[in-house]
Design a protein around this ligand. Structure first.
Ligand SMILES: N[C@@H](CCC[C@H](N)C(=O)O)C(=O)O
Length: 290
């Protein structure tokens, strides 16, 4: 690759990403931003470091966009092209999409004042409405949680029963009385590959206040343990509400990297939380060429 490439580093509740502005799809076409490049960028010692990559690109420049957005293609100017740190694509990322909108605003590609009512952003899980909150944070309408069965996660010789929930991407949310801070998540939990043929993100969840407040740790598909997962927070909140005999409500979700809020109403799930740009710069020619 010749020339430099602009890059932002940021996070949402410490779920961190390399953000690549590529509005016209000319800087990071698919063959340049391949799995090997994503892994290099996310490598914490020899790259910039991150749990994933967010390419900020107009939907018309994304080959997958017509298939995943259907009739909403024309209403989604922007597309969150998300990759996990291992280079795999994910359908949706709740922390990433808040950072994505923050990146668009920071780069001057969108005006913050125009985002209060929400901006429809394309993702591989479909269109998602994302907006700003009065306190400087962001909200995203994640769509409904879709339960699809019961499963279990094997970890450290123990089995944790959980609820399989899709937030566009797959989750296994395990409510447990074992203090989640005591768990060793250096290795991925074992799961039933038949229930999760595409892999799964696994949340271990302690209920702080039934139906109202939970805390969790997460092992993400394609990454490993992360400090936060927005889609995971939604799946865990839905599971905690179900366990409390409710189908709607507002749940505070504490994660190692901070606090998220999830509001579940009939047919929708609204996730709110912060997004932070840590730095802005350029990839060096030396690194790109090596
Ligand atoms: N951390 C994200 C989820 C990222 C994708 C996930 N690892 C997957 O493969 O489904 C979030 O905040 O939702």
């Amino acid at each position: 690759m010749s020339g430099t490439a602009r890059v932002l580093i940021g996070h949402g509740t410490e779920n961190d990403f390399v953000v690549l502005p590529d509005p016209d799809g000319t800087v990071w076409p698919e063959d340049r931003l391949d799995a090997a490049m994503v892994r290099r960028l996310c490598e914490r010692r020899s790259g910039l470091g991150g749990d994933g990559v967010l390419r900020v690109v107009r939907s018309v420049h994304v080959p997958d966009a017509p298939a995943v957005l259907g009739g909403s293609l024309g209403r989604c100017e922007w597309f969150m092209d998300h990759r996990n740190a291992d280079g795999s694509h994910a359908e949706m990322c709740g922390n990433g999409i808040r950072l994505f909108l923050h990146g668009l605003i920071t780069e001057g590609l969108l005006d913050r004042s125009a985002c209060a009512a929400g901006v429809l952003v394309g993702t591989r899980g479909g269109p998602r409405l994302v907006g700003v909150t009065p306190d400087g944070g962001y909200w995203v309408d994640m769509g409904p949680a879709r339960p699809f069965g019961h499963g279990a996660a094997a970890l450290g010789g123990a089995s944790f029963a959980g609820r399989a929930v899709s937030m566009g991407n797959p989750h296994l949310a395990c409510l447990t009385d074992v203090d989640v801070d005591t768990l060793d998540l250096t290795g991925a939990p074992g799961v039933d590959a038949g229930l999760f043929p595409e892999g799964v993100n696994v949340e271990f969840v302690n209920v702080v206040e039934p139906g109202a407040h939970i805390r969790l740790r997460v092992s993400e598909r394609g990454v490993g343990e992360t400090r936060s997962c927005g889609t995971g927070a939604c799946a865990a909140a839905w599971t905690a509400l179900e366990a409390a005999g409710a189908s709607t409500g507002r749940v505070v979700v504490d994660v190692p990297g901070g606090r998220l809020a999830v509001r579940i109403e009939p047919g929708t799930t609204v996730l709110s939380g912060p997004a932070v740009i840590v730095g802005v710069g350029e990839l060096s020619q030396e690194w790109l060429g090596s």
